[in-house]
Design a protein around this ligand. Sequence first.
Ligand SMILES: [Zn+2]
Length: 125
Amino acid sequence: MLNKAFIDEMEQKLLTLKEEIIEQFMSENEDFKEMVEDMSIKDLADVAADDIGKRQLEALNQHEVKTLRLVESAISRIHNEKYGKCLSCGAKIPQERLRAIPYALLCISCKSGEEKQKRHTSQEE
Ligand SMILES: [Zn+2]
């Protein structure tokens, strides 16, 4: 089990990362900025879920959108107490890997296996 202090630290990192990505989106895209101006950062989690939000997100940098989804997913895994477990095989993801990539969802061996399979698609990092 990961200790709580470590998980708190990762959650803080994830939340900061999320704010940075959203701020980046707002500086790149006027429409997105208008759409989210009245919301708090906290509510933005729901933006990707609704239709208008989806269309707005399509106009944005896809790499960042993908990262934002991974960040969201990692945060919800913290809340479900599944954070730090490989999504594919259930093995514990090493803390050093999580420190480097707080939104990593796969352990290193599953990750490299996935890269072999989908060499031509873009990866999470
Ligand atoms: Zn794995």
